[in-house]
Design a protein around this ligand. Structure first.
Ligand code: VGL
Ligand code: ZN
Length: 207
């Protein structure tokens, strides 16, 4: 059986308006998230950005400003404000959607020395989160992805999903981007499409 999974990416307080790494209009995805949760998906999972306080992606841990870059164990790392610290309020799921429908939560970015934008692997593709095996064991072939942020965690999750052999559908009205540069989300959408992902609006989904 070809099963369908919904993957909700990083719907956490810190990425919503008022949060530490707020994505502009992030709250506007919630109506789409609500409609997605009413669809007959076989599996619904969610991810959490889940950093230790001493995480290497936090500017303050390098005495630098957000937006600056460092080399973190051989990988270029953009530095961010402190966000999604394990067990903090900012790392909790945002209100406004029914998180009780989530069957399993996958945490990422838990290791101090490496960041993890993708829901499947860290940024060095060194360690897997277990999500791919979890989905494949259940016969999932199609993954539908929505959440924050289009130009980071959504983008890298979608690229990995395609490379892992899933059919990936990005529900684009259910996503918003950080846009450090104003074209970052548009470029991310192009990159996902070029890789073979389907960019769709909720209203065009056939489920
Ligand atoms: C994210 C930047 C840093 C994301 C997470 O969820 O897109 N972006 N950590
Ligand atoms: Zn993060």
């Amino acid at each position: 059986m070809m099963k369908k999974a919904l993957i909700l990416v990083d719907l956490q307080n810190d990425f919503f308006p008022g949060g530490a790494l707020a994505v502009s209009e992030g709250d506007q995805i919630l109506s789409v998230v609500g409609k997605l949760l009413d669809q007959p998906f076989d599996v619904i999972v969610a991810t959490k950005d889940w950093h230790p306080a001493d995480h290497g992606s936090f500017a303050v841990n390098h005495g630098k400003q957000p937006g600056e870059r460092v080399n973190l164990e051989g990988l270029e790392q953009i530095l961010w404000p402190v966000h999604c610290v394990q067990d903090s309020e900012g790392a909790e799921f945002a209100p406004g959607w029914d998180a009780s429908k989530v069957k399993k939560i996958f945490c990422k970015g838990t290791e101090k020395k490496i960041d993890s934008y993708s829901t499947f692997f860290d940024n060095g593709h060194r360690r897997s989160t277990g999500l791919s095996d979890y989905l494949k064991q259940q016969g999932v072939k199609d993954v539908y992805i929505a959440g924050l942020a289009t130009d980071y965690c959504v983008k890298y999750s979608v690229l990995d999903a395609v490379n892992l052999g899933f059919n990936a559908y990005v529900v684009i009205d259910g996503c918003r981007g950080v846009n450090l540069q104003e074209t970052d989300s548009a470029k991310a959408i192009e990159a996902m499409q070029r890789a073979g992902a389907h960019i769709v609006l909720f209203q065009d989904l056939v489920l």
